[in-house]
Design a protein around this ligand. Sequence first.
Ligand code: ZN
Ligand code: ZN
Length: 367
Amino acid sequence: MNLLPMDVPGRLPRLRQSMEEHGCDALLVTSLTNLRYLTGFTGSAGMLLVLADGSLLLTDGRYDTQAAEQVQVAGVEAAIEVGNGPRQDEVLVAAVSAVSRLGLEACHTSWARQRTLADKVPSATELVPTEGLVETQRIVKDEGELDRMAKAAAIADQALVEVRPRLLDRPTEREFALELDSAIRRLGADDVSFDTIVAAGSNGAKPHARPTDRRIEPGELLVLDFGALLDGYHSDMTRTVCVGPPGTRTRSRMVEAVMAAQAAGVAAVRGGAAARDVDAACREIITQAGWGDAFVHGTGHGVGLDIHEQPMLSAVATATLAAGSVVTVEPGVYLRGEGGVRIEDSLVVTDDGCRHLTKSPKDLVID
Ligand code: ZN
Ligand code: ZN
């Protein structure tokens, strides 16, 4: 698949600016997702020491060739040190000998690791907890990232088109999830984005149900939440469908309320909008319909190299949406006797609104 280039080399210089603002003359990046973002390296173990005038990628022997290749392909300049754990620490400690304030990623560093480092680094080097330096930078995507996310979303859309008719054969949740996952892989994704949710009837009342051997029956609400992973980037969408007409009037009303809420949420998305206002736009409509208590989660989240990343869109969110970020809008209603309804689109925030990455129609009835 042809993908637009990403500006990986531009990321370390921007990070250095924010390190300076946070009073760190070096940062030890231990989140593998952040490591990938900054260098292109996708191994399962490694860390990156970012210094004011260079960077050092430390990993083990399994990734000797891969690390060198990926860093080169990304166009990033980084020294690479390959060795076992103690050897990596030795090199790391030597490299920070002149560093006075070494930032650690507080959310990705265990207490044990912090204690080990505190023992090893020179006494003149202060360890500084930092939060979200790279994650904040990851919120606004470049053209290459948006290209990957658009293609991942298109794969998920197409997978649903292909497998939807299979629902008429009364598959089990598990069988249908497998079909959806296979279609996603067949259409070119590297993997599914997360464990596919196929939740029929009473299972749908649990927002994150796992597929079971239960058959999907006509008249039941069926929640399908899934996505494709492409070159590290995730897509995320949810549709609620029903084989034949919904079995009760309440189910139809639930769908109408969530559809209206989702449309209101999408209409509230724009660069400069408060994330909590998007949540409020959705929540107000569901509350008016009488189901405020049954909308048990936030309205949405950022998507990118992680399936859930900043910014969060909820009643307690403090973020302001930035143009060029990707967020989901996914209100839901969950009623024990009736099942669940959730509708989710992934959107690119623009200055005056948003652009849909998820393009699947929202028709409810399959017949
Ligand atoms: Zn989802
Ligand atoms: Zn989501």
